[in-house]
Design a protein around this ligand. Structure first.
Ligand SMILES: [Cu+2]
Length: 79
């Protein structure tokens, strides 16, 4: 499964996915597995994770005031 975080703003966003770890694309796919990655201003970050645990998970910006302002969504998938 691939998530694409597009940051069109002038600030950074530490994007977090609950319950799964992901690996940032680029760097020959050899980067560390994480559950949070900073998306820098005016950049796009793609991350891959193994879709081996179906269900619903929250994904949100870890800057709490951003999450509370709406940078929060549910990632869902089934078998
Ligand atoms: Cu943010």
């Amino acid at each position: 499964m691939r998530l694409r975080f597009v940051n069109n703003s002038n600030t950074y966003h530490p994007m977090h996915l609950h319950g799964q770890t992901f690996q940032a694309r680029g760097q020959n796919g050899q980067g560390a597995r994480k559950d949070t990655a900073i998306v820098h201003p005016h950049t796009t970050l793609e991350v891959d994770f193994d879709a081996n645990s179906p269900g619903q998970r929250l994904s949100h910006c870890h800057n709490v005031y951003h999450g509370e302002a709406g940078m929060m969504t549910v990632v869902s998938y089934v078998e």
